[in-house]
Design a protein around this ligand. Sequence first.
Ligand SMILES: [Zn+2]
Length: 300
Amino acid sequence: MPLQIVHHPDYDAGFATNHRFPMSKYPLLMEALRSRGLAGPGALNTAEPAPAPWLKLAHAATYVDQVVSCSVPEKIEREIGFPVGPRVSLRAQLATGGTVAAARLALRYGIACNTAGGSHHARRAQGAGFCTFNDVAVASLVLLEEGAVQKVLVVDLDVHQGDGTADILGDEPRVFTFSMHGERNYPTRKIASDLDVALPDGTGDAAYVERLDTILPELSTRAHWDIVFYNAGVDVHAGDRLGRLALSDNGLRARDEMVIGHFRALGIPVCGVIGGGYSTDVPALAARHAILFEVASGFA
Ligand SMILES: [Zn+2]
């Protein structure tokens, strides 16, 4: 059984190539997965848009309706970082549906990944920081509502703090949110997760992996987790335009091996999402995101 991957061609909303958000990383990631033999017909699943009732489990009904009808107030669009037209609206619904689908596949097969997702700055009231809907928060609440899971762990290793996820799930005792991020990165006003670890600028592979190695066993003894959502943002990489940490490709690989290996050894399903990654060298960026899939396929 190959690694189950959820994808949709419309994850790419077709921004201009010089846009601050490197939208072309989505098709390039698929190319990278194909060239690595990871995107065969038995591996690919097509994402479907998340229906509004799912989105409203995590977000204010007014905001969901605004995104769906492409009538988001300009002030909020500015905080998101782009206007929410039909392609962006569809993309946000697809990426969220994709994480729900990947979570269901993870429950069935042990591990699955979405080729988008990790939009962790989207808060209950509105989107922010290139994030329209918070796919991981939506997926957690959908699975809980259905009774498919009782306890959810979010392991967010994107270089930015998971403020939106913390905002949405802060009062939800069935979900534990863990964020390890660069201390001096966006957002300046962080919203406390259940566990936050802030790392100094320039933290490299060795210190990063060592820190993670002490935290993972603490997380897995806190509860019996029915699923782990893993945000494998690659903006921790030294070559990233926004991150201030200094991981190498090998560091990324070691990180992903450590997280996935830890939870799979305990029999806990892992749903991987790609999270952030910003670079003008988009093929190099796509190759960084492909590492999650290479590592995950070793556990499928
Ligand atoms: Zn990020």
